[in-house]
Structure formats: C-alpha cells, structure tokens
Design a protein around this ligand. Sequence first.
Ligand SMILES: [Mn+2]
Length: 259
Amino acid sequence: MSALFVTGDIHGHVVKVRALLRDAGLIDADATWTGADSSLWFMGDLVDHGPDGIGAIAFLMRLQGEAAAANGRVGVLLGNHDVLLLAADRFGAEPFPGTDKTFRDIWEQSGGQTSDLDRLTPEHARWLAFLPAMAREGDGLLVHADALFYSGYGDSITDVNANVQALLQSNDPARWARLLNAFGEHRAFTGASGTAAAETFLRRFGGERIVHGHTPITKMTGQPPATVREPLLYASDRALNLDAGLYLGGPGFVYRVTG
Ligand SMILES: [Mn+2]
C-alpha cells in the first residue's frame, strides 16, 4: 500500500510548508515531488493571513502535476478563505448581502492580502473553483471545516462537490454569501454532542473518521501555537484536526496516516 500523508491549512506560509514536505521526504531541495506514488492531501485555506497565498497556490498546482506524473497524488480541499479570495476577485466592490460592507471589505477583514488579489490569475482562479469541498481517502472523510453545513449542499460527496462547484461558477452574490456565512461554522464535533454529530455526519457521507482543518488546534486545546506538532484526535477518535495554526506561529506538521 502506498503512503498517505495529510497536512493542514497553509494560509500563505509556503516557506514553512516546503520545509515540512522536505523533512517528510515528499519534495527535494528544489521543491520537486519526490513522493513517488504517495498521496498527500492539503485541507484548504491556502490564502489569507500569511505572506504568500499565490505562492502556495502556484506551488500546489505544480506539485499536483509532478505527483500525478509519478503515479502519486496531491489532493487539495476547498477552504473558506479560498472562496473569500475568489469572491473578492469576482464581486469586489459589490455589497455583501445582509451587511453594509463589500465583498472586498469582508475578505480584507478576514486576513485578505492585497498582494494575493493583485497576483491572482484566471488560471489560479479556475483551479481554486474546481477544488473538491469533500473527499474520501481510505477510512478518512476529508473536509476543510469541522462543520455540518456541507449537508445543506447534498447527500453524498459527489453531490456536495458538484453543487459547490456549480455555485462557484455562478454570478449570484447571494449564493456566494450564503456559502461564506455557512463556512463560518466551527467545532461541530466538540462538546457533549460532538461524537454523535460526527457519527451522524460519517453515516451520511461515509468513512470512519472526519479529517479536517479550519479550527486551529491551539484554539481547541489552549496550548501555545509553537507547541502544536501533531494532529488532535477527538470525538471518541471520530475526528482528526490537522490545523497547526501556521499563521499563528505554529511550526506545522505533515502527518503520515498509512503506508
Ligand atoms: Mn477555514
């Protein structure tokens, strides 16, 4: 069985991510794929908060091609910040429904970096808009957010991905705003009902464990970001949080699941 690696939210910290992937043996000193037939998944939120979101996008686009050519795979999920950047690009100065702000205001308040929006090309935007919202890898159900809102977009991974992709092809700001508001949900699998919520979600979409980013581990455990060096398994082992909080100063990690 080939190896499966997963890692969390990049938020423009491409230098840190390259170092982590080098340490894991997945790329070389030139950042070229050396993972052979391994699979590597990123949990989304490539942009905002950090210094080089476009560098992160360009790096993953290239790595995806190199991995595929080696019979490996680089998978990338769609995160809410990736949608925010696309929305700022598409709707800019249009009002964000239900607020007195523009789409660009909302993106800036969420850590949007002008240097990313300035450098976003149509190729980057198209690639982002076709990232899957959910995926299945072995026993893992991979989603960006620890959130139940995905259920509002379909009953299966295929349906949710198709519906979200159709939404991102639309020019309807209300639909985009609803998705962004829904994506604000966090921590659906914590607390007294967290395990039950996780099991219901897994019954609906399949898999034995939800693998996600979106909520920095430091915000769930209270530990300092610099000490987060491994995923957080919780909800009676039904959920695995990979968000190392890179933009909060965390060193990050790449977690080897199998192989
Ligand atoms: Mn997020």
